[in-house]
Design a protein around this ligand. Structure first.
Ligand SMILES: Nc1ncnc2c1ncn2[C@@H]1O[C@H](COP(=O)(O)OP(=O)(O)OP(=O)(O)O)[C@@H](O)[C@H]1O
Ligand SMILES: [Mg+2]
Length: 306
C-alpha cells in the first residue's frame, strides 16, 4: 500500500535517494548490484553508504542477495519511491491519499494534489497489459534486460495510457488530461464522477453522446480502447472514458475483435436504457485507420527507459 511507501519516502535522506538511483541504473547490468560496486559508485564514506543501504532495506525498498555475492535490488515499493520523488521534484505531485480510490488487477489509483492545489488521480501500474501489442519495438528494447522485464512491462503500460490520453485529450475527446508520467506512474486530472455501472438513473442519451464522441475521436486517431465497459466510464457533469493502457492500434490484427467487444458492451448497456449506439459508423471509422500505432512505436523507442 502506498501509505507505507509515502512514510518510507519521508524518512529518506538525499543520500538514501541517491543510492536508490544508483541501484536503478546498476540493475541494467546486474540483477543484484554487487555491494562492492554500490560503494564505489556512491563515492561517500563507507559507513554512510552502509547506513543508507541498511535504512533502505529496513524500509522494504531494496532486497538483499547473499550468494554467490552480496548484492542489492530494488523492490516494487522502491520503484514507487523513485517515481514519487521524481514527481515531487518536477512539482507535479505534493500529496497522495493514503487509501486507493481504485484497485484493479493491473493497477492502483490514488487521489492526490499538485503543489498548485489541483486535485489529480495517480495511477501506479502493477503489471503489463500490452507488451504483445508492440512486440517488436518492446522486445528489441528489453531483451538485454531479462531480469527487468516486469519493470519495463509496467512502464510500457504507463507509457501506453499516457500516450492514448494525450492524443485523445488534444483532439478534444472526453478523457482525463494526462499531466505527468515517470516510470510506471501516470498523473492525470481527477474526474469528479461515478462509474457508469453504479449510476442509478440519469440522462443516458447525453452520457452516450459523450462516450460516442470520445470513441469517434479515438478511432480517427487509430486508437481502440480494448477494455470498454460501464466500469471504465466516469459520469460527472460530462462523461469520460478512462483506463486506456491496453489500447491497441486499429491496424493491429486483433483490433477489430476488441472493438466489436467494446462496442457490444456499450451498445447492450445503453440499449437497455433505450439509447442506440451507432455501431456501424464506429466500425467504419476503425477501417480508415489513423497513425497512433506508428507514433507509439516511436515513443517506446524513445522513452521506455525513463
Ligand atoms: N482520472 C480519474 N479521476 C477519478 N477517478 C479515477 C480516475 N482514474 C481512475 N479513477 C478511479 O479508479 C478506478 C480504477 O481506475 P482504472 O479503471 O483506470 O484502472 P483499473 O480498472 O484498476 O485498471 P485495470 O484494468 O488495469 O484493472 C476507476 O474505476 C475510478 O473509480
Ligand atoms: Mg477500470
Amino acid at each position: 500500500m502506498i501509505k507505507q511507501v509515502v512514510e518510507a519516502y519521508g524518512k529518506l535522506s538525499k543520500r538514501d535517494l541517491r543510492l536508490l538511483r544508483i541501484l536503478e541504473v546498476g540493475q541494467h547490468r546486474h540483477e543484484f548490484v554487487p555491494q562492492e560496486l554500490v560503494e564505489r559508485w556512491a563515492r561517500g564514506k563507507r559507513e554512510e553508504v552502509l547506513d543508507s543501504l541498511r535504512r533502505l532495506h529496513y524500509l522494504g525498498l531494496i532486497r538483499r542477495n547473499l550468494s554467490p555475492y552480496l548484492g542489492w535490488k530494488i523492490t516494487a515499493s522502491g520503484y514507487d519511491v523513485l517515481a514519487i520523488h521524481t514527481l515531487r521534484m518536477r512539482r507535479k505531485l505534493l500529496r497522495l491519499s493514503p487509501t486507493p480510490i481504485g484497485v484493479g488487477k493491473e493497477s492502483e489509483v490514488y487521489s492526490g494534489e499538485t503543489p498548485g492545489g489541483l486535485k489529480v488521480a495517480v495511477k501506479f501500474y502493477r503489471g503489463g497489459v500490452s507488451s504483445f501489442r508492440y512486440e517488436k519495438a518492446f522486445e528489441s528494447k528489453v531483451k538485454r534486460f531479462k531480469h527487468l522485464r516486469w519493470v519495463y512491462e509496467t512502464r510500457l503500460s504507463a507509457l501506453a495510457e499516457f500516450f492514448a490520453l494525450g492524443k485523445i485529450f488534444e483532439a478534444g475527446g472526453m478523457v482525463p488530461e494526462p499531466l505527468a508520467r515517470t516510470r510506471h506512474v501516470v498523473v492525470m486530472t481527477y474526474i469528479d464522477g461515478v462509474e457508469l455501472f453504479r449510476l442509478e438513473g440519469g440522462d443516458y442519451k447525453k452520457i452516450a453522446e459523450d462516450v460516442v464522441e470520445t470513441l469517434r475521436t479515438a478511432l480517427k486517431l487509430g486508437i481502440v480502447h480494448g477494455d470498454l465497459s460501464p466500469y471504465n466510464i466516469l459520469v460527472g457533469g460530462r462523461s469520460y472514458v478512462i483506463d486506456w493502457p491496453q489500447w491497441l492500434p486499429s491496424g493491429h490484427p486483433t483490433a477489430l475483435d476488441y472493438l466489436m467487444r467494446d462496442l457490444g458492451n456499450v451498445a447492450s448497456y445503453f440499449g437497455e436504457k433505450g439509447v442506440e449506439i451507432p455501431v456501424e459508423e464506429l466500425l467504419e471509422l476503425a477501417r480508415t485507420s489513423g497513425t497512433a500505432g506508428e507514433l507509439f512505436t516511436a515513443e517506446i523507442n524513445k522513452y521506455i527507459y525513463y
